[in-house]
Design a protein around this ligand. Structure first.
Ligand code: ZN
Length: 174
């Protein structure tokens, strides 16, 4: 079953998700539904549970038709710097150049409760940072300078006031 993706302004996106304490059948079904929801979106690479209104620390992603899940993920280490034009299913059609660490070491659990670890950079590093932010109630807007946030919010409001399908907006680094 596909869930509705919550969008910017929904308070659920600003709250802290709880760790999963019991990886049971309910969690497995939720993960299945997260993939259905992700696959119904046009542009999504990954999805965090709060984006469908569930305050649990679960992230799914799909690369080359392979489904991946991480539960209770934590960033253990990060270094470097990389600017990338980030998008978010909860802030549709807005792409913003954001500087973040390039490389991250992420640790969490798989659906069997085994510890898993990823050391990744560039796009994958960005994906983990963005999705783990969602688990902590942090959105792209919170990763911008005040100046850039103002520009991005102006673009976002323009799109809400006069939506034109298929038209995306890009906010560079100031
Ligand atoms: Zn997002």
């Amino acid at each position: 079953m596909a869930y509705a993706i919550r969008t910017f302004g929904d308070p659920v996106l600003k709250s802290q998700a709880a760790p999963v304490t019991d990886i049971n059948g309910k969690v497995a079904r939720l993960v299945d539904d997260m993939f259905v929801t992700l696959h119904e979106s046009d542009s999504g690479l990954a999805l965090a549970a709060p984006q469908i209104g569930v305050q649990k620390q679960i992230v799914v992603w799909d690369i080359d038709d392979e489904k991946h899940t991480i539960i209770n993920p934590q960033i253990i280490e990060s270094d470097g710097e990389w600017v990338y034009s980030e998008g978010c299913l909860s802030i549709p059609e807005l792409y913003v150049d954001i500087m973040r660490p390039d490389r991250v070491l992420v640790r969490g659990l798989d659906l069997d409760g085994n510890e898993i670890e990823f050391e990744v950079n560039e796009l994958m590093g960005r994906m983990f940072q963005h999705e783990i932010d969602h688990l902590n109630g942090v959105l792209m807007f919170d990763r911008m300078s005040p100046e850039q946030r103002k520009l991005a919010l102006t673009e976002w409001r323009k799109m809400q006031e006069s939506p034109e399908p298929g038209q995306s907006r890009h906010v560079p680094l100031p």
